[in-house]
Ligand binder design. Structure first.
Ligand code: ZN
Length: 149
């Protein structure tokens, strides 16, 4: 009888995509001319995200992040930065809400193409302790615009 505890089991394709973003993060680094900067950490897992944004005329012109931690937090940050460029701030915040809904198990959000590669993280919603990992960069994004939009 198998008595080992349950582990996150995502499809092989999705695991591959998550690891690809973890190993070769997109938009990693610091941003000259950042107008918004937020650092957040997730003490439960040891994840850290430092998000920098350059916003002009209500749209995100550039985005970079620096971070360390588990593959889910870092892949989520990398996938998020791919989606944010040239988005109007309200659009970016709408994506954050979609992402949050997907992490709460909303299946229509999980099928929403606007979330791009992030849909690979839908299966994480079954593992409550990892949801904070996946949402850490998104919480940094919403913090960056708190009270402004
Ligand atoms: Zn984590």
């Amino acid at each position: 009888m198998d008595t080992s505890p349950p582990e996150p089991r995502l499809s092989a394709l999705y695991q591959e995509l998550i690891l690809d973003h973890y190993r070769r993060p997109r938009n990693k680094g610091t941003l000259d001319g950042a107008t918004h900067s937020v650092s957040l950490n997730n003490p439960l897992c040891g994840d850290e995200i430092d998000l920098q944004l350059q916003v002009e005329g209500g749209a995100i012109k550039a985005v970079r992040f620096v971070g360390r931690g588990c593959s889910i937090s870092q892949a989520s940050a990398s996938m998020m930065t791919q989606l944010l460029k040239e988005k109007a701030v309200p659009q970016a915040l709408a994506l954050a809400e979609r992402m949050s809904a997907m992490m709460q198990g909303d299946e229509t959000a999980a099928g929403d193409k606007s979330l791009g590669d992030l849909r690979a993280l839908a299966g994480v919603s079954k593992f409550p302790i990892r949801i904070k990992c996946a949402l850490l960069p998104w919480n940094a994004l919403t913090d960056a615009f708190k009270g402004q939009w």
